[in-house]
Design a protein around this ligand. Structure first.
Ligand code: NAD
Length: 255
């Protein structure tokens, strides 16, 4: 798919990986809808990106709000050609700690936002994309979901986060198979450790230590590198039904 002239919904587009993807796609001539619960950062980023970017306050777990963001994008840009599901939250909590058993509420919340929110966007984007005129390749749309290497190497305290990301990994192939007849591709990216506001909550020492664990290059990932891969996935029609680790070869240990 040619990025220039296409329009994309980007959940989590107010910050971090989603914001970087929005910048990259705008630079390539696309239009973007930033769909995020973070209104202040979302509005500011949309303003900085210019006329081809709009912000819509959206909770990905809410069917009506996601539908509204899609409708606004279709209205503003004459259609949508894909979605990047970057919205997500992280949680560090052991299954059993000195405080007792892991609470069910926080486990459910992480799965609700990361996994069910991602599926919510995919299922509501599908009918819109399926109506697009196919390009020469027969392609009508592309969905890029964001998993994590925690889906494979979940660490101590990551049961909820890893479960939510594992779900994104596991649904990549069935989503791609479901939507193949509609000319819609579905991919997932499993980032390693990227320097975003999500990681900024960690102390500098912890961030430096994580960076040193990456075999090469031994540093945290730059969100622009994620954006570059998202752009490559959109552009390359043969990429479908697969999860790409973007991690400098790190395999996380138990802690
Ligand atoms: N940074 C990393 O090292 C890393 C590694 C692996 C995977 N990821 C994943 O990448 C994605 C982006 O993370 P990031 O590092 O850019 O974090 P971030 O915190 O900078 O951005 C996440 C965005 O998601 C938004 N969001 C949270 N809940 C939402 C909801 N219910 N509805 C809509 N938006 C919501 C937040 O407001 C925020 O703007 C997440 O799914 C995260 O799990 C990040």
């Amino acid at each position: 798919m040619i990025i220039n002239g296409a329009a994309f919904l980007i959940t989590g587009g107010a910050s971090g990986l989603g914001a970087a993807a929005a910048t990259h796609l705008i630079e390539q001539g696309a239009s973007v809808v930033l769909a995020d619960v973070n209104t202040d950062d979302g509005k500011a980023h949309a303003k900085a990106l210019g006329e081809q970017a709009i912000f819509v306050e959206t909770d990905v777990t809410d069917a009506d709000q996601v539908q509204q963001a899609i409708d606004i994008g279709v209205e503003a840009f004459g259609g949508l050609n894909g979605a990047l599901s970057c919205a997500g939250v992280v949680l560090a909590r052991r299954t059993l700690s000195k405080h007792g058993a892991h609470d069910l509420e926080s486990f459910s919340r992480v799965v609700q936002i990361n996994l069910i929110g991602t599926f919510n966007v995919a299922r509501l984007m599908a009918p819109v994309l399926a109506e697009n005129e196919p390009n020469d390749e027969g392609e009508r749309g592309v969905l890029v979901n964001v998993a994590s290497i925690a889906a494979f190497d979940g660490q101590i305290g990551q049961a909820a986060y890893a479960a939510s990301k594992g779900g994104i990994v596991s649904m990549t192939l069935p989503l791609a198979r479901d939507l193949a007849q509609n000319g819609i591709r579905v991919m997932a990216v499993a980032p390693g450790i990227f320097d975003t506001p999500m990681m900024a909550s960690l102390p500098d020492e912890a961030r430096a230590s994580l960076g040193q664990q990456v075999p090469f290059p031994s540093r945290l990932g730059d969100p622009a590198e994620f954006a570059q891969l998202a752009g490559a996935i959109i552009t390359n029609p043969m990429l479908n039904g697969e999860v790409i680790r973007l991690d400098g070869a790190i395999r996380m240990g138990p802690r």
